[in-house]
Write a protein that binds this ligand. Sequence first.
Ligand code: LLP
Length: 427
Amino acid sequence: FPDIEVNDKGHLLIGGADAVELADEYGTPLYVIDEMRIRENYRRLHRAFSGEYSRFQVFYACKANTNLAVMRILEEEGSGIDAVSPGEIYTALMAGFDPDRILYTGNNVRDDELQFALDSGVRINVDSRSQLRRLSEIAPEGLRISFRVNPLVGAGHHEHCITGGEMSKFGVMEREAPEVYKMAMDLGFEPVGIHAHIGSGILDPEPFMLAVETLMDIAGRVHEATGVEFEFIDFGGGLGIPYTPEEEPLDIDEFASKITGLFKDKLSEYGLGRPMMCLEPGRYIVGDASYLLTRVNTIKESYRKFAGVDAGFNTLLRPAMYGSYHHILVAERPLDEPSEKMDVAGNVCESGDLFARDRQLPEINEGDVLAIMNAGAYSFSMSSQYNSRPRPAEVLVREGQVDVVRERETFSDLLRGQNVPARLLKR
Ligand code: LLP
């Protein structure tokens, strides 16, 4: 769990900025992104893996956080992008990523989306035979592609976040992999990569080890059956971060050495040469780098005690969607000891709109600012305008310097693009 920093007023500091002052100045709810935390996370992971195997590349899974400034930071750090939609490809290109460093892994992709990916010049990671067939109708001869394979191993913090195994809609079946690579070659493609992503929010190295082993065995079988020379092998993302104070962070050096050790053994076992080893972390890079600031406007002593805030599951969906725990600090007094149990409730008109149930928290008063932690991944990117709430602003902080990197939406954004037919405008 990151150390909590306070200033001389005792207020929470984020990237050197006073969280209470940020809330006063920019309004709430407000996402605050700590630039150096992103850079540190990226560098720690990159150093750990490239120290063990120099041909290593990160493809940041930008679905976690598509803010342009965040993507610029990662471009500067040398990352590539894992994109899952034309919109993510577009955003990555606008953020300055070379198409060569964007890997497009779509699921249930339309023909025009394949065309868009082709025209953009990004690398295409194929998910199914259907996609391969449809791509072959529009692709130039010799297009270099890769396949997402389901290695029959799955793991994740919630059932919705497990993407390998027999229940999963993703990827090519493990046993049909050699045949599918053969089919690609017959259709005039040049397959150069193999990919798997088993799930998200994994703190235990074991399922990863199993996935690496399985994917390498599949790569070995494909190589033997078809002669494909792999230029890259991509193990996807999924590296978890602690959300509760009790959870232990991954020991990234130990993790890297285990994974690369197994990877290198398997490379020599199957004579696979020295392909690029890739990972697609999203959460690990940005998860702990943001805080959601929200102000308490109502303390209600009903059948239970509620602290009512001005954000809701439209702002941060994870607690409502997955029952996820997000640690909550009082920005004015983040070091105060918990003193009573309460629920922290959002402002959406649904009973499931809770940021915390039965949470031990310090004394909270109306007007206090709460800092919801670990709101960097799958937070703003999963936000919506539900209940006709304009989406919040985002600020980027670094050494006390604050930049608004996304304006708060206004009411007019709620109506943008809507047209009322003339016949309804009478009177
Ligand atoms: N690569 C692929 C192909 C993915 O589908 C994903 C995540 C990642 C990489 C990055 O996974 P990460 O390193 O961030 O775990 N909304 C959920 C998480 C969904 C993840 C979907 N795919 C949540 O809030 O926990």
